[in-house]
Design a protein around this ligand. Structure first.
Ligand code: GTP
Ligand code: MG
Length: 217
């Protein structure tokens, strides 16, 4: 049986996603969509990444959160423009919400890169196109290497995988070989970056990847 309501929701979302994509393309703006579990280190990755690029590029952040402005406040301390979206109950950002945020941010400035921190969730955010150039999967070693096989959609769609909290790797049973094998089965080409956000370790290849995307390479 066809599930008409869900099809309609996704069709409406895709129309907004296309609108976002054409607005961003016209402005030569790269938008990346960070997706991972609650606590995987999405905001910490943003904080560390902003430290490395914010003086050279005009960067802004769209912060998706169910209820608070806590992450937006952390990002604001880095001195970059930030737009908060509170979804209330929804477990993902959709393209219509992101369209409003892009408009809000773009009133006064043209940005080089817009980062979107999606709601902490390994499932729903992967299902919704928001008009991004790339979905980026963020997985911390404390979550377990099995999460790649258990939640395959995100990992198959991601243009890169960031494995975070590497300074804690030795305290966990996260099997890096198994993680890489599982990821490669789903996603033969996307790079894997192993980082520690708090120590700012391993970030240079990730930043180089990001800037290559920005420059269309
Ligand atoms: N040691 C270590 N801790 C980290 C790293 N990344 C994040 N953390 C810590 O992990 C916790 C969660 O990090 P956040 O950046 O808030 O995670 P998040 O994915 O943004 O979480 P939500 O927005 O709630 O989904 C915080 O206490 C961070 O300081 C890392 O690379 N290494
Ligand atoms: Mg966060």
């Amino acid at each position: 049986m066809e599930i008409k309501v869900m099809n309609k929701v996704l069709a409406a979302n895709d129309a907004w996603a296309q609108e976002n994509r054409s607005v961003l393309k016209a402005g030569n703006v790269l938008m990346v969509n960070l997706i991972g579990s609650p606590g995987a280190g999405k905001t910490a990755l943003l904080e560390a990444t902003l430290d490395l690029i914010k003086d050279k590029y005009k960067v802004s952040v769209i912060e998706g959160d169910i209820a608070t402005t806590k992450d937006a406040e952390r990002i604001q301390k880095k001195g970059v423009a930030v737009c908060q979206i509170n979804t209330g109950t929804a477990c993902h950002l959709d393209a219509n919400l992101v369209n409003a945020a892009i408009k809000d941010l773009s009133v006064s400035t043209v940005f080089d890169i817009i980062f979107v921190e999606n709601i902490g969730n390994l499932v729903c955010p992967a299902e919704f196109d928001i008009g991004e150039a790339a979905k980026i999967a963020v997985l911390s070693v404390t979550e377990g290497d099995d999460k790649i096989e258990k939640y395959p959609l995100l990992f198959s769609e991601a243009k890169a995988l960031l494995i975070t909290k590497m300074s804690m790797h030795h305290l966990t049973n996260f099997n890096m070989d198994e993680a890489e094998k599982a990821f490669r089965k789903l996603n033969p080409a996307a790079p894997i970056f192993k980082v520690d956000n708090l120590k700012s370790d391993g970030l240079a290849p990730w930043v180089a990847f990001l800037l290559a995307m920005k420059n269309g390479k």
